[in-house]
Design a protein around this ligand. Sequence first.
Ligand code: ATR
Length: 264
Amino acid sequence: MKKYLVIGNPIKHSLSPELHNHWILVNNLDSIYERKKIDKIDVGKLIFEIKNKNIHGINVTVPFKKIIIPYLDNLSLESQKTQSVNTIYLKDDKIVGHNTDINGFAFAIKNRKFNLSKKKILIIGAGGVVSSIIYALKKMNVFKIFISNRTKNKAEDLKDLFNDLNIVEWGEIPEFDMIINATSVGLNKDDKLDLDFSKIGKNKFFYDVIYNPRETNFLKMGKKYDNICENGKMMFIYQAAEAFKIWHGIEPKIDNKVIQLLNK
Ligand code: ATR
């Protein structure tokens, strides 16, 4: 039996096992996917388990997407450009790190049929997933990307990877077509960003990377002011589907059953 893991800290909230084990079952594969809470000190040991073929693939989540890079033999172009790895596998006896968050986000936006070409985007937050979102947005030919983070220097650090980013002071809201909540604010139902969206107008696209809860206060606010709203569920499903394809060579089905699995 082949073994796959999602590693992070915390990891309790991750729904990756539900998703992957469902696809494993419907495709009749002799595999199992588990979640594992780890500390930084465990990273090297786990990578060794891949080399020894005791573990066949790993998904990586907060806070290890960047920390894990020095332990890998090869990085895909996408992982290099974003300095972020969420999918690991063995190829020709080398440990490879890849980033499926990029396509996860890109497919989710395409699925929503919102054309981002020449649009102005405002990203709130500068955590682990933001470099992937920026990379995907640039591939979609957006006009301008603004970023605002409570801790300004974390937004500035992203300029090392993407030098044409526009940093905005926390609390300032420039004019935008799409706004993305990439902070962890909203994971708890009562969480609220201390930002004022009352003057932004309507028909913008409010996107929240969070999918659980389904509707954060950020999305409620978007709805209240007549904007298009979308949560991070499809991004999560598409990033998992790409990892599944890499590991098992099978394109997993994304049907209503899969979507329902995540309605927790
Ligand atoms: P990491 O920073 O380890 O990658 P993350 O969950 O990916 O973790 O990112 C958390 C993001 O949510 C950060 O942008 C964080 O802002 P800081 O860099 O200032 O910490 C943001 N965040 C968390 N709590 C917040 C709050 N109460 N108000 C505004 N932003 C918050």
